[in-house]
Each structure stands twice: as C-alpha cells, then as structure tokens.
Design a protein around this ligand. Sequence first.
Ligand code: FES
Length: 158
Amino acid sequence: MSTQSRRNFLRQATASVGLVLSAPVIAGIVSGCEKDESDPTSPTGQTFPIDITKISELSAIGSISLQAVTDLNGGEPVFISRIGASTFAVFSSVCTHDGCPVDLPSSTAANCICPCHKAEFSRTDGSVLRQPLVGSATNLKRFSATFDDQTGILTVRT
Ligand code: FES
C-alpha cells in the first residue's frame, strides 16, 4: 500500500467510525506505518551462500572485503569481516546516518569510514566508533552468518 493510499485509508477509517483525531495524532499514526516499512531491503527468511574460497582477500584473520551479493542488503554491498578461522561478521555498507556508501578500511589497522560526514564503524562488527560530524548514526545493519569449514561456504541469513 502506498503512503498516499495509507493516508486515504486512515482518513476514511477514522471518519467512518466517527473518531475525531487531532492532526498530530493522525500524523503519528501515518508516521508509524511508514516506519514499519522503512527497511524494505531486508526480507527475512532468505539465505545467501557465499564461497569464501573464491575471495582471496579474506584468507587471513582480521581481513575484510566489500562484496555485492545479489538480493542481499537491497543489492548494496556488504562488508565481510574475518574475525576468526571460522568466524565471520557480515554487515551493510550503507551508512546509517544518511545512506552514503561506507568505505573499506584504508589499512589493516583501520576501521570503516563514511566519506560523507566521517562516521567511523568497527571493521569487526559495524558498530559505531565515532559519530558523524553532524547528526548521529547507529550501528551498521548486521546479518547472521555461519561458516562451513568443510565447504568454505559462508551462509548469510536475513
Ligand atoms: S552519511 Fe555517513 S556519516 Fe553521514
């Protein structure tokens, strides 16, 4: 249902049951509906197998790579961080401040920096380490992931 359709529905629904709601209350209801659908890029219940053996930059513990995986994260790349021999963290590269693409760390000791307003995110889990120059950011969206040592496949789940 589009935002306009939702608004029309809510107006008609409130009118038909004789409710008298103030504009701020209606705005809050509409706003609440919009927030429920604000993350359409993450349908749940899907799995995405990624063959880690084909990503050479992830061979060492502490390494990190930026990968685009079809249909995962709305088509936007994700960071894959190798935090152990068989342990990986997968998190979005879309900045939670204003949607800019967050950069790969510039060195093996560096974290992920957003070029737009300089927010800094942990290279191991996407958590916020430094807020942007204006406003605020939250942790990068993290995805559940399990690694199969036998096959070298990392399975990411939404
Ligand atoms: S969009 Fe990333 S810090 Fe502003």
